[in-house]
Design a protein around this ligand. Structure first.
Ligand SMILES: Cc1cc2nc3c(=O)[nH]c(=O)nc-3n(C[C@H](O)[C@H](O)[C@H](O)COP(=O)(O)O)c2cc1C
Length: 260
């Protein structure tokens, strides 16, 4: 660290990453009570201030209890600035060793999503006509789904979502599986905080496994881990209150250690 011309503390980017190097976590910028540390061109005065627990806790509780998987969306685009804002915030999510290796494949345009949906459906139906079904499906359950698409909701594969976010990360170093799923969970909450509907989906990932040509259109390297896919957009249904599911006592395993 050194003082720059404005007599502010500054640290050059350190090449060596790891135990004795810089993890690029920016804790130095965040912790300094005087706001004296700038790093990687970031100024402390541009950081968001901490939120007091008294105001943050009820808001976060309400967001979690009022987040409901959204499977009905308005035919309305989400502004790029809203999506970009959420993705930038996600850079601050915890991730193994702060390797920052989660990548985000994004369909942020309704017409593009429609085109992808049509291609995926055509292939899913073609495969079904040959007796090949998504994981967990057989002929009867696939036909049930097709029937429900006429009576319950017209699109089961991507839940009719106008936008799709697929977090993925290269397998091999760090914690790609956990990083990807943490990013997905945080993204879902960011959607809730902005009034956007979101649904985490494993079904499209299972269905796309049988469709290498459609999957290839996503340009996700085969060496990457893909977790849940997230459909999101402006919700058609406004819920009036939160759920009250809670966690039963049997699912909580409190440990007590005694030293004899
Ligand atoms: C790993 C995972 C996979 C999921 N896959 C799907 C899916 O493929 N399709 C779907 O409609 N919902 C999917 N969901 C949403 C769950 O059905 C939903 O979270 C659950 O029913 C609880 O309802 P809530 O999210 O509205 O509170 C998935 C959720 C998770 C966490």
């Amino acid at each position: 660290m050194h003082l720059n011309e404005e007599r502010k503390c500054e640290m050059d980017e350190i090449d060596q990453f790891g135990w004795w190097g810089c993890w690029k976590c920016e804790h130095c910028l965040a912790v300094c009570p005087k706001g004296a540390i700038s790093i990687f061109g970031r100024q402390p005065e541009d950081s968001l201030p901490p939120v007091k627990a008294e105001s943050a806790a009820p808001v976060l509780d309400a967001l979690i209890m009022n987040r409901h998987s959204c499977r009905r969306f308005l035919k309305k685009d989400v502004d790029a600035s809203v999506i970009d804002g959420m993705l930038q915030t996600l850079g601050n999510a915890p991730n193994g060793g702060n390797k920052q290796q989660v990548e985000f494949t994004l369909i942020d345009d309704r017409a593009q999503m429609e085109a992808f949906r049509r291609l995926a459906y055509a292939e899913m139906d073609r495969l079904a006509s040959e007796g090949v079904y998504p994981a967990g499906f057989d002929r009867a359950s696939y036909e049930d789904m097709k029937r429900w698409e006429k009576t319950v909701r017209p699109e089961m594969l991507f839940c009719g979502a106008p936008c799709l976010l697929i977090p993925h990360a290269p397998l091999g170093r760090g914690e790609p599986v956990e990083d990807v799923n943490v990013a997905a969970a945080y993204f879902e909450l960011l959607c809730a905080s902005r009034g956007l509907g979101c649904v985490m989906m494993s079904f499209p990932k299972d269905a796309l496994r049988n469709m290498p040509e459609i999957k290839a259109l996503l340009h996700i390297p085969e060496t990457h881990y893909v977790g849940v896919m997230l459909g999101f957009g402006w919700p058609e249904i406004r819920y009036a209150r939160g759920t009250q599911r809670g966690v039963e006592e049997e699912r909580i395993h409190r440990l007590r250690f005694t030293e004899d």
